[in-house]
Design a protein around this ligand. Sequence first.
Ligand SMILES: NC(=O)c1ccc[n+]([C@@H]2O[C@H](COP(=O)([O-])OP(=O)(O)OC[C@H]3O[C@@H](n4cnc5c(N)ncnc54)[C@H](OP(=O)(O)O)[C@@H]3O)[C@@H](O)[C@H]2O)c1
Length: 345
Amino acid sequence: MSLSLLPHSINLKFSVKRHHKFFASTPKFSSFSLLPTTTSAVISPLSFASDASTRHVARAVAEEQAPDTSSDDKAEAPNPSKVSSKLVLVIGGSGGVGQLVVASLLSRGIKSRLLLRDPSKAVSLFGQQNEDTLEVWKGDTRNPNDIDPAMFEGVTHVICCTGTTAFPSRRWDGDNTPEKVDWEGIRNLVNVMPHSVKRLILVSSVGVTKYNELPWSIMNLFGVLKYKKMGEDFVCNSGIPYTIIRPGRLTDGPYTSYDLNTLLKATAGERRAVILDQGDNLVGEVSRLVVAEACIQAMDIEFTEGQIYEINSVKGEGPGCDPVKWRDLFKAAQANKPSCTSSLF
Ligand SMILES: NC(=O)c1ccc[n+]([C@@H]2O[C@H](COP(=O)([O-])OP(=O)(O)OC[C@H]3O[C@@H](n4cnc5c(N)ncnc54)[C@H](OP(=O)(O)O)[C@@H]3O)[C@@H](O)[C@H]2O)c1
């Protein structure tokens, strides 16, 4: 079943900070709205999609956000009539998890700001959006000069889902290695992040505390788990309220990584049942949709602050976007284990 995601038509216009007027005056892409002009109509966002990428993201989010009637608490569920006071800065919003995060924020009417190396990806992924809804800044997290403090103005929450491949690939071109992205990039971001941010959600990985042990040592041949742990530790010691989400192997599209996952093109349309844990003992897979939803839900669950969770998903019915069910899942995972283990640096 498809549903209308947003209350009103979103007009054209992005602005790109630091490289202004990239889209603002002469959009080069056909315009579309994720949303119908009337909230009463039940219209698939697909009707408005302008290209395959947008269709994919819109469909994935629509499926994930199938209406839930089991809870009275709809505070954080997609609600076209609700105006959110949040401004969420998403880093890595063009990536597999990141684009689902952004589409989901849009569907909830939550203002988003993106930091992208290539701002043109925002239009191809999310269509033309009003800059009041989605603002795009250009920058590379490896470059401290690109992390402009002004980018955090008004930002209430940050969701960071940057990453690169664990093994050498074209995505390492220009030295975009795990050391640079998962460690230095995170450090650069956190160094500039104001403590007024209510929550930083960092997407990391299972296995980061065990990178010297099999099977993780294989994944860590080029240091990805070690550098992710260094990034985690920097976040934990920063004084910024944080929640770290450690996914298992990511499944379902969009397929953006040159790894085994990409080759297998695993689908996880039914992989909705969520397993959350603490202590880095989970081994398994998780749908990118589930990871994106976990990030969004964790922003509003106060007891997830200062916590680290591993996440998998398996075939079965899941919490969807029901905040009560997510709260219960996070609560059940709470295991009195220290969130930050030994520092690596
Ligand atoms: N693949 C797995 O099975 C797996 C398992 C566990 C954890 N994870 C982790 O989960 C997270 C999300 O994974 P994913 O597969 O959804 O990610 P992804 O598709 O690889 O996306 C990575 C994102 O990071 C951005 N990025 C990379 N380098 C950057 C830089 N130097 N500056 C700014 N942005 C940069 C990319 O932007 P561009 O569009 O500019 O490239 C992209 O938006 C990552 O941290 C990943 O390591 C993955």
